[in-house]
Unconditional design. Structure first.
Length: 263
């Protein structure tokens, strides 16, 4: 792991650990001001220290979780303490419940901005450095499939039926065929026969990372889409090879701007 990357990891660890108790205090007071869950906070902090320090010594490729996800998981300890004390969970909106189903009391941060300015800056610097490292090791576009013809077609990597229907509708209006590739094996097999000019990849797909790498290496123009991608997520997907990263509700507009008037 390069020294600059190791330094950004260390900065994230220091900032996230330092912010943990102060971040939780007002949230816990809002949910249950009369309940003592200090032991849960200390347990969460100890777990966070161990997990982040282990994360920081891993290579970029070995880091399967990001620091924000680790921080979010650490609130499980004060959450368990609140449950044990019989504190009723507040009503949460559907989007919050789907994003963090185990965060019953709304303790976890949605983004590193919530943790504090120092943590947010460290998180951004880490994301930029990781994106730079990934970009340096990406294979040149088309290097593995130079003899395979490129066709006016769209590849879709999503298991969401509504998204698939929307993509089909836009493509059919332009007379374009759509290839639905469910997993990396299908992508590799498909690219051996033809290279679609465009592709869309759903961030919620289990193989989204590998799909973007494979398609980008073949020279496909990729739109990665998902719910409100932040700066770090955008930088990461662009580094993996995406041409653009858009919110879910902008996907159709992007495709319409990409496709020719006639196939």
């Amino acid at each position: 792991m390069s020294d600059p990357y190791r330094a950004t990891c260390a900065s994230v660890v220091d900032a996230f650990i330092a912010a943990f108790p102060a971040f939780l205090k007002p949230r816990l007071e809002s949910v249950a001001p009369a309940v003592d869950v200090d032991d849960g906070v200390r347990q969460g902090e100890r777990w966070l220290v161990g997990e982040l320090n282990q994360w920081a010594i891993q290579t970029a490729a070995e880091q399967r979780s990001g620091p924000l996800q680790i921080f979010q998981t650490a609130v499980a300890f004060p959450t368990a303490a609140l449950e044990a004390a019989g504190v009723p969970p507040p009503q949460r909106d559907d989007s919050a419940a789907q994003a963090l189903p185990g965060d019953l009391y709304g303790l976890a941060p949605v983004s590193s901005r919530d943790i504090g300015g120092e943590a947010w800056r460290a998180h951004i610097e880490w994301g930029i450095e990781k994106a730079r490292m990934v970009a340096e090791v990406m294979p040149a576009a088309g290097s593995d499939a130079s003899s395979t013809p490129t066709t006016l077609a769209l590849a879709a990597v999503t298991m969401n039926q509504s998204d698939r229907a929307a993509v089909h509708l836009v493509a059919s209006e332009k007379g374009l065929p759509v290839k639905h590739w469910r997993n990396p094996g299908a992508i590799v097999s498909g690219l051996e026969n033809e290279i679609p000019r465009w592709a869309v990849v759903d961030v919620d797909h289990a193989a989204a990372d590998e799909a973007v790498r494979l398609l980008a290496a073949a020279g496909v123009k990729i739109a990665v889409y998902g719910p409100d991608p932040d700066d770090i997520a955008t930088a990461r997907w662009l580094a993996l090879g995406a041409a653009t990263v858009v919110p879910h509700d902008r996907l159709v507009a992007v495709l319409e701007s990409w496709f020719p008037l006639q196939a």
